[in-house]
Design a protein around this ligand. Structure first.
Ligand code: G3P
Ligand code: CA
Length: 269
């Protein structure tokens, strides 16, 4: 069954254009903006000295030439690492890592990403995911909101007018964000079909569901229930053309993808 959608489907670059450039680097986000992505997704973690940086894993081992947990390293230590050259070795044969691009592949702070979005020259939204926020007892959300305030992004007039949304698998993290900033939109991510999701319900005050593509493939009826309950649905991580087609058919509101250029092309944009 095809569902009506109120807005054009949004294409969100997951960790930047992360199929073509190393994830969570300035290079990947610049590429996503160049490719025409409507929004950028990023994961945030706190460093040992309290800076929010865009890193997916708990440790830096997979995506840099360093070792250790982000939470145990200071920003200056992270800044000395190279978050680019692993991509040469393992994934993208087209990705050329040149020493002069060093700035674009060093650790990315959320602050720098906000500057990039501000300088994009066109409206680009940001979907920020809080990673393992429970460990930090509210500090991730607190720092996040302080930073958003500095950029004038913490209290949009209404959720529909916000250029930023906060995503998390943790309902508690989203609750903290909403308590501090009620008009900032929040997205509850899910990897499994919980009883709540099955009934088309989200944690109190959350308007956007963020199911995995596997949930969408296997349980389209739940997705329809969410839509009927008036929720937006943002799906991750959608890289295959048949999944893009499925999302279009089901009236999904946002596609989060490692391949923004290919998805935009498939959507005729
Ligand atoms: O956009 C949500 C998605 O990024 C959640 O999974 O592991 O890629 O952060 P992960
Ligand atoms: Ca993420």
């Amino acid at each position: 069954m095809t569902h009506a959608r109120q807005h054009p489907i949004q294409v969100v670059a997951h960790r930047g254009a992360s199929e073509e450039a190393p994830e969570h680097t300035l290079a990947a986000y610049k590429k996503a903006i160049e490719d025409g992505a409507d929004a950028l997704e990023c994961d945030v973690r706190l460093t040992a000295d309290g800076h929010l940086v865009c890193v997916h894993d708990r440790r830096v081992n997979r995506t840099s030439n360093g070792r250790g947990a982000v939470s145990a390293l200071e920003l200056a230590e992270l800044a000395a690492l190279d978050f680019g050259s692993w991509k040469n070795r393992e994934e993208a044969p087209d990705w050329e890592h040149r020493p002069e691009d060093r700035q674009d592949t060093s650790v990315l702070t959320l602050e720098r990403l906000l500057e990039l979005v501000g300088d994009a020259g066109r409206p680009v939204e940001l979907a920020i995911e809080t990673k393992h926020p429970t460990r930090w007892a509210g500090q991730v959300e607190e720092r996040l909101l302080v930073l958003l305030k500095r950029f004038g992004l913490d209290s949009p007039e209404s959720p529909d007018r916000s250029r930023v949304r906060i995503m998390s698998f943790s309902a508690r993290s989203l609750h903290r964000v909403r308590a501090a900033s009620p008009t900032l939109p929040t997205v509850h991510l899910s990897q499994f079909v919980s009883p709540r999701l099955r009934d088309g319900r989200l944690p109190a005050g959350v308007r956007i569901a963020g199911p995995s593509i596997r949930i969408v493939r296997n349980h389209p009826a739940y997705i329809q229930r969410l839509k009927q309950a008036g929720h937006q649905v943002h799906v991750w991580t959608v890289n295959e053309p048949q999944d893009v087609g499925l999302c279009v058919d089901l009236g999904i509101d946002a596609i989060i993808t490692n391949r923004p250029r290919a998805v935009l092309r498939q959507l005729g944009r």
